[in-house]
Design a protein around this ligand. Sequence first.
Ligand SMILES: Cc1cc2nc3c(=O)[nH]c(=O)nc-3n(C[C@H](O)[C@H](O)[C@H](O)COP(=O)(O)OP(=O)(O)OC[C@H]3O[C@@H](n4cnc5c(N)ncnc54)[C@H](O)[C@@H]3O)c2cc1C
Length: 371
Amino acid sequence: MRVIVIGSGIAGASTAYHLARAGADVVVVDALHDGRATDAGAGIVSPWTSRTLDGFQYDLADRSGAYYRELVGQLEEDSGQNCSFEIVGGMVVSADDDELAEVQQRVGARARISLYAGTVRRLDAAEARELFPPLAPGFGAVHVTGAGRVDGRVLRAALLNAAVARGARFHEGEARLRRTGDRVDGVELTDRAIEADAVVVAAGAWSSALLEPLGVRLAVTPQRGQISHFLLPDVDTSAWPVVLPTSSHYLLAFPGSRVVAGATRETGSGFDHRITAAGQQEVLDNALGVAPGLAESTLLETRIGFRPLSADGAPLLGPLDEHPEVYVVSGFGPTGLTLGPYAGYLAATELTGSAAPMDLSSLRPERISLP
Ligand SMILES: Cc1cc2nc3c(=O)[nH]c(=O)nc-3n(C[C@H](O)[C@H](O)[C@H](O)COP(=O)(O)OP(=O)(O)OC[C@H]3O[C@@H](n4cnc5c(N)ncnc54)[C@H](O)[C@@H]3O)c2cc1C
């Protein structure tokens, strides 16, 4: 069975890897557009601290967090490289005790039934600053040991390398769906056509445009995120936890004295690939408000990513109604680095004819459509 995967962000790379592992003949095509979400994503993997996920979406995210633990060893063996996922713990921080009490209750209840959330405990301001020194004095925290971080670029490369090691081929180029009669039977690139039994659309925020020729108005649009990286020379940041204020902004650290602060959520941005003055100000104000100890750090770079935002906030995963040979893996919005690896596994499972370990019918891509 030949499957073409359009897009090699976290969603496409994971689908390709799992398909190749299952023995499919896999071709990956990517246009390498500016603003690929996976290249800009912060990399927080902590479904248990989410304020917005509940019901089925929380269950999916919890399983996705658990799946990372399973994936890492297998992927490092298949790719021959480190895939950057580390469990560093996370702190929800606030200066408001009542707010922290609510967080502790909510996250604690989840941790009691989740296998990998770890332990949850309250930290006073001094304890919180010990773990994340740039933090403002006066912020207490709820600490969760199971929270992780991942570098999306590194994980994507590991997934692609592992897919290639198992026989997948990669083509750079802009793909269009190729249709013969009523069936989509491959893709067209500028210089060639490639035939396939199935086509996976994992084209992130660009997924909707790809499906338009089929008359499908996939409800996914770009949401711009601007996110900044800082350097704290000679400081070992590698074990610092993820910091989650009770807003949509956050901080996390990576090895190499690097701290990342994000991010804007600019719905309606279109594919406008620019760092704006207001976006940069928003990121800096939030970062320095929570962590004034970053004031003297070096501002290294600001990345732009277009989150593939679905109209109802849930992923789009499954075959098209009229074209079951086209399978969509998109719509991951602000949590795609968490969900992507597991979603790719689920997609590959269904595409190779096995039953997915959970009922995916509520994620069908055409449950909603653009007006
Ligand atoms: C600033 C920011 C911070 C984030 N932080 C987090 C976080 O902390 N935790 C978390 O879980 N998630 C986070 N996310 C969300 C996460 O990054 C995304 O949900 C995820 O990366 C989406 O992956 P994707 O593969 O669907 O899309 P993308 O990574 O955008 O990949 C889509 C790919 O498709 C290709 N493509 C498009 N059209 C075509 C075509 N016609 N032909 C060929 N190729 C095509 C593109 O070139 C691209 O490579 C963040 C996102 C942003 C922007």
